[in-house]
Design a protein around this ligand. Structure first.
Ligand SMILES: Nc1ncnc2c1ncn2[C@@H]1O[C@H](COP(=O)(O)OP(=O)(O)OP(=O)(O)O)[C@@H](O)[C@H]1O
Length: 246
């Protein structure tokens, strides 16, 4: 099959067909198919080591040693669990890092404002809290004005309260920006809170798909929320407690 990576597409934000990625002769991704609509929020769940990060890295263009077809928009951005800020550059310079041309500081400050970090624009990365550093990393993604935002466990290292705030922020940014989002997480509640569609990866493919038809903002005390959460946990091989399943 032809390998056709990173050509801009219009009808889908992501179109993946027949994707295979092997390490040492073992296919971690094995003939995978995936479509994401423009503006859709998709969450990818799966057991540790099932290939979620590998898939995200391929979509981000960071791994091209693949077979199959991968079509994604030219404007895409990625944020990882570790914010990956350069310690020797002020926050605003980090936000502009790698952008083509000579973008003005105001471009960074607008994105920092959008994530509630405008007041730390001139700070050094080491003076930021974990949540602030993660927001700076999001601002760096936003200045790219992505049609596709790829998020690899961006809240994984945050404490519970900061995590809730960061989840809300990503939900708001997505609604404001209208870009497609593909978010990798281990957190089933986060998936039901944010996603239009949750995908469960297993055996190198998308093994299960769950639409989340609940209105936003979502109410975690809604019994339908609990039922979706329990259903996904079951898919992941985790028994929900009786209280959770109720
Ligand atoms: N560069 C590499 N070289 C060899 N094996 C790799 C490489 N990258 C990933 N793998 C292997 O591919 C498999 C999938 O890894 P990946 O990081 O995509 O999983 P994951 O689903 O994101 O896991 P987690 O949820 O724990 O982050 C693992 O078995 C991993 O060891």
């Amino acid at each position: 099959m032809a390998t056709d990576v990173h050509r801009p597409v219009i009808s889908q934000a992501v179109h993946v067909e027949g994707l295979t990625r092997s390490f040492d002769g073992r296919a971690v991704i094995d003939d995978l198919r995936l479509d994401v609509r423009p503006g859709e929020f998709v969450v990818l769940l799966g057991r540790s080591g099932c290939g979620k990060s590998t898939l995200l890295r391929i979509l981000a263009g960071l791994d091209r040693d693949i077979e199959g077809t991968v079509l994604v928009p030219r404007r895409k951005a990625v944020a990882f669990q570790a914010p990956r800020l350069m310690p020797w550059k002020k926050v605003w310079r980090n936000v502009l890092l790698g952008l083509p041309g000579k973008p003005e500081r105001a471009v960074a400050e607008q994105a920092l404002d959008e994530v509630g970090l405008g007041h730390r624009s001139n700070a050094w990365p080491k003076t930021l809290s974990g949540g602030e550093a993660q927001r700076a990393s999001l601002a760096r993604a936003l200045v790219r004005e992505p049609d596709l935002l790829l998020l690899d466990e961006p809240f994984g290292a945050l404490d519970a309260l900061t995590r809730i705030k960061a989840q809300r922020l990503v939900g708001e940014l997505w609604q404001r920006r209208g870009c497609a989002v593909l978010l990798v997480t281990h957190d089933v509640e986060e998936a039901v809170l944010l996603a239009d569609r949750v995908l469960v990866m297993d055996g190198g493919v998308i093994a299960h798909e769950q639409r989340i038809g609940l209105d936003r903002p979502r109410d975690i005390t809604d019994p339908r929320f609990a039922a979706l959460r329990a259903g996904l946990l079951e898919r992941l091989g985790v028994e929900a407690t009786a209280a959770e399943a109720a």
